[in-house]
Structures are given as structure tokens and as C-alpha cells.
Design a protein around this ligand. Structure first.
Ligand code: AMP
Length: 284
């Protein structure tokens, strides 16, 4: 596996790589990331992961400084999964001296994570645009775990005519259901036990959906009942249109929805979602 540290390294590697699949990450890799790498390996000639803790997507009071960094382990894990290359840039490689251009997504970035984390999706869209411009992949793989991010990136890649196929991949979960996340490392043992309520609530809503429930308010109430615990500070439970992320009318039946939530448990801010009436693989 090639370890590439500069934009020039990536461009030289890419010239002879054939059909390339990109997996952007912030490192501290787990099985969720690896599922994206496996898809890239399977569906293209050469998989390239990037590891970059992107400063512009963190707010001033967020966890940029404490975000887990495990470069050596990450590189070994990627190599073991047959990744062809990894791009591990310094910040100055992505944000060169004098850098001032930003990509501002449209209304899809306004609610949910965009509302709770001002500027977050400008940082995400900007870094993903830069990675797409540097690597020029044929396909790029993103997790459903960060559903709004997936839709922001799909919309941006379409609008800016990047020409890369942005593929959404299902959320990989711990055996008890908790969505895998690098931020789960912030949880104490007690908090880790409490955190399972988030996925349980979402699974309960999905079960109601499978039994025919189509009314947003009843689905969101099911999630709220499960996540109503002293250790869980729920920021939002949303039932939204999966394409636009606009909130659905609470009382009117729907034929597809994404139920997403954000919650603070101790030092961790966790997000999760379930997609109903639609498959993540069908989104483009
Ligand atoms: P991150 O390193 O958290 O920025 O995530 C990098 C990519 O991995 C993003 O596309 C995430 O959506 C995806 N990802 C993170 N956790 C999971 C998970 N549990 N299952 C599937 N994809 C994930």
C-alpha cells in the first residue's frame, strides 16, 4: 500500500491507477470505515482512503484537539484490507497558505446537524470538494451513519459536476446495535451501556414502520420514549424527507422518511438514523 503525503504524490499515483474508489475518513478507523474500503476494493481497480482530521468542520468548542489520532494502526488496518493507497496530508497540503475559498452547500445543510453545528457542512463540503479535486475518483464511498453529510456531499458533487459517483453504504453497528463511531471512545463503561437506547429507539420506530405505521409523530414518539433517560441529553429527533432533509408534517402519513437523532452522553455527541421506505443504495 502506498502512503501518500502530498497532493503531488496523489496525482502521480492516480495517473496509472485505473478506476479509483475514494474513502474519505478522519481516522481512528473501525469496522464501519472498513466496510466502505471493502466496497471500494470490490467496485473499482484501486481503493484510496484519506485520513485527515479536517479543522474547518469543527466548531470552536468542539473536539478537534481531542479527536482520536491513531495513524500507524489506521495504516496497518487499511493495508490488511487491500487498500491500494492512503492519503495522509498535513493541514497545509489541504489548506495552503492564503487559502480562503469555501464551498457553501444549499438548504440541505441548514437543518439538523447544520443547525446544531454552525459552519460544519461548509467545512465538510469544502474538504470533500478538495479531496475530489485532488484524487479525481470514479466513485467515493460514504456511510449512512452520517446521513445528512451523505446527502450534502451527493448534492454538492452533482451541482458542481464532479463526475464521481457518490455511494451511500449501510451503517455498521456493534453487536448490541450502537452505531460504530470514532467518538464512542469518549464513553465510560456506564455511558456505553446507556448509549444503546439510541439505536433501540430507532429500531423500535423501524419495527412500527414495518407493521404499517406511517405517521411521523408516532414514529418520533417511539424514539423519544426509548431515549428518555437521565444519562441521555437528546438534541433532536427528526423525521425528514430523505432527499431534502426537510422535516415532514407530523400528522400526515408518508411513504418514506429518515428518522435521525443527535444526543449528548457524557463527553460524546452521538448521531444515528434509520431510513424507512427507501434503500441508501438508491440515493445518488
Ligand atoms: P469519519 O471518520 O467519522 O469522518 O467517517 C468517515 C466515513 O465513514 C464517513 O463516510 C462516515 O459516514 C463513515 N462511517 C463512520 N461510521 C460508520 C459506520 N458505523 N458505518 C458505516 N459508515 C460509517
Amino acid at each position: 500500500m502506498k502512503v501518500l503525503r502530498s497532493v503531488a504524490d496523489v496525482r502521480a499515483w492516480r495517473a496509472s491507477a485505473g478506476r479509483v474508489g475514494l474513502v474519505p475518513t478522519m481516522g481512528a478507523l473501525h469496522a464501519g470505515h472498513m466496510s466502505l474500503v471493502e466496497r471500494a476494493v470490490r467496485e473499482t481497480d484501486a481503493a484510496i482512503a484519506s485520513i485527515f482530521v479536517n479543522p474547518t468542520q469543527f466548531g470552536p468548542t468542539e473536539d478537534y484537539a481531542s479527536y482520536p489520532r491513531r495513524e500507524a494502526e489506521d495504516i496497518a488496518l487499511l493495508e490488511a484490507h487491500a487498500c491500494a493507497a492512503v492519503f495522509v496530508p498535513q493541514s497545509s497540503e489541504i489548506y495552503p497558505p492564503g487559502d480562503s475559498t469555501r464551498v457553501t452547500p444549499g438548504p440541505i445543510a441548514a437543518p439538523l446537524e447544520g443547525a446544531g453545528r454552525p459552519g460544519h457542512f461548509v467545512g465538510v463540503a469544502t474538504v470533500v470538494a478538495k479531496l475530489l479535486a485532488i484524487v479525481r475518483p470514479d466513485m467515493a464511498f460514504f456511510g449512512q451513519k452520517d446521513f445528512q453529510q451523505l446527502r450534502v456531499v451527493q448534492t454538492m458533487a452533482r451541482d458542481l459536476r464532479f463526475g464521481a459517483d457518490i455511494v451511500g453504504c449501510p451503517t455498521v453497528r456493534e453487536p448490541d446495535g450502537l452505531a460504530m463511531s470514532s467518538r464512542n471512545a469518549y464513553l465510560t463503561a456506564d455511558q456505553r451501556r446507556d448509549a444503546v437506547a439510541l439505536s433501540r429507539g430507532l429500531f423500535r420506530a423501524r419495527e412500527l414502520w414495518e407493521q404499517g405505521e406511517r405517521t411521523p409523530v408516532r414514529l418520533s414518539n417511539a424514539v423519544r420514549r426509548y431515549t428518555d433517560a437521565p444519562a441521555i441529553a437528546l438534541e433532536y429527533v427528526s423525521v425528514a424527507d430523505p432527499l431534502t432533509l426537510t422535516e415532514l408534517e407530523l400528522g400526515a402519513p408518508v411513504d418514506s422518511a429518515v428518522i435521525s437523532l443527535a444526543a449528548r452522553i457524557g463527553k460524546a455527541r452521538l448521531i444515528d438514523n434509520v431510513l424507512l421506505g427507501m434503500d441508501v443504495a438508491d440515493l445518488r
